[in-house]
Structures are given as structure tokens and as C-alpha cells.
Ligand binder design. Sequence first.
Ligand code: SF4
Length: 310
Amino acid sequence: MTQEEVMQRQETIQATLSASQPCITLVSGEKRPIAEIAKRIQSPSSIGIYKHCPRKYFYQYIKKLPMKENIHLVRGKIVHSVLERFFDMNPEILNKDNYVEELTYYLKNLFHAFWSKEKNNIMKLGLTEDQIVFYYEESILMLANWLNHILEKIRAELDYHTDFVQVFQRIKPAVIEQEFKSSIYAVRGFVDYIEVVGDVVKIMDYKTSKKKELSQEYMLQLAIYALLYEETYGRRANKVGLWLLKHGEMTMNVDQELIDLAKFEIEQIHVNTQTSHIHDYQRHEGPLCKWSTGQCDFYDVCMKDKRAGI
Ligand code: SF4
């Protein structure tokens, strides 16, 4: 489905649902549709930031203070761009004798091109040359791990199909990098890819994180994607999951509990972000304010406000 078709589909479904819009009960006891009380469109990351520290949410989404780049953000952007563009390759040049070499070469070239594009930004991060080499090589290893998984899929398909264009189409995700938006829940999210195999729909997100775990934060992100998918396509996805570039795939089933988790957290963020007063956004001080090699983007202003009693 194209982006345009998805938007049309969303409008149709949302028009159908508008008569029974989900409501929030305010402190006054009054019930109001979420879309009416929402002060801004939320996302898995804005909700995650609020849950981590409401004051950080205030600086980032209400005061809109500038964010600082860091190597994890820049590297994540590069790797996501490579994975997004990988399936643009013309499969007509592939055959069973050259596909491993050609795909490896193509992936390396893509990575090098996106890394070079970000080189000036990387140089401004204040890393040592050894650190830059480390992140460059670690990123290549992550992509090599992912490519091995793709090559395995191709090998399995080659047992049944000989035409490489067909094989490539069969392993290509049904959806790559798509924005989903709900005007009913006032929330949006960018899904990395969706796989459809037979009747099974799987919504996936790439992660470059070190830990092999489906944390609460990731689970909420995936729950919101499942809700957005359901609203957009009018059916429930079967699975959601992470493609951890260091470790491989982790998935979980989509059930009513997961959808309810997304709805609950979306309602909470809209209720909790009604005002623009800094005093309504408490500090949650902890290890993520400042650590041995870095600090929260808003550490300086936050501590200055604290000294001033704000
Ligand atoms: S420095 Fe700590 S308390 Fe202040 S905004 Fe950042 S995370 Fe929150």
C-alpha cells in the first residue's frame, strides 16, 4: 500500500470511528474525546521521555530547547538509512553465483556513503579517532549480522524459486519506513518495516542497542505501533518485535492487553501534559541526569532552574 493509500484508508476508518471516539474523564468528571483535549501530537519517544522525566519532556516538547547530537543518534540514523535503502537494489543483476558477493558489496557501499554524508557531524562530536573507528567497525558488524539473516532467507527461497527478482520480492518487507498517525488518539509513529507472510503480519523496529531485552519502553513503543496499525488497516497485526542488530530478532504476540497498554499510556500523556507551566513537570533526578561520559541534553538549564528554585 502506498503512503497516499494509507492516508486515505486512515481518513475513512477515522471517519467511521469518529462517532465513538475514545474519551478521557477529566478531574472535573467531564468526559471529553482525546482528540479534543490533546495539546499536541504525541509519539512513543515523547511518552518515553515523559515517563523517564517530566521536566525533560517540558524542556524538549514545550520549551523546545535544542537537542545535542551524540554518536548513538548519528550512528542510529546512518544504520536506519542503510537498511531503508537496501531493498531499493535492482535484483535483476543478481544470480545464485554472485548474490552473496553483490549484496555484501552493495550494503558496504551504502553504509560508506551514509557514513561519509554524516562525517562532518561525527567530527563535531568530540570523539577520539579510536572511538570513531570503534563505532564505524561496530556498525559494519551489526549490518553484517543483519545481512547474514537476509542471505539465509534467500537461501531458503532458492530451494523453491529460481528467478531472483521473484526471490528478492518475496523477502522484501511489505512496508518499509512508514509514518502512521491517529487523529483519534493524537499520536504518531514511524514504523521501520512490516512483514506479511501468508496471513501473519509482523511490525518490526530496528535497534542498535547493546542489551538483548524487550524493555518496558520498547514494549510501549511496539504497543503504540500495533494500535496505529489496527486503526489504519482495520485489522490486528499478529506480532510486533525488534530486530536487534547485535543479537537478532525478538518478537511478541499482539493481544488486547498490549493494545490496552498503548491506549492507557496515550490517555495518560494527554492528561498529564495539559498545561505549559514548568512547575507541573517534576524533575526525576537519577543516573541519566549525568554519567561518566555524558549528561542529559538539558542538564545545565535544569540545574540552573533548580538553583533558582524553579
Ligand atoms: S537533568 Fe535530570 S532531572 Fe533534569 S531534565 Fe534531565 S533527566 Fe530530568
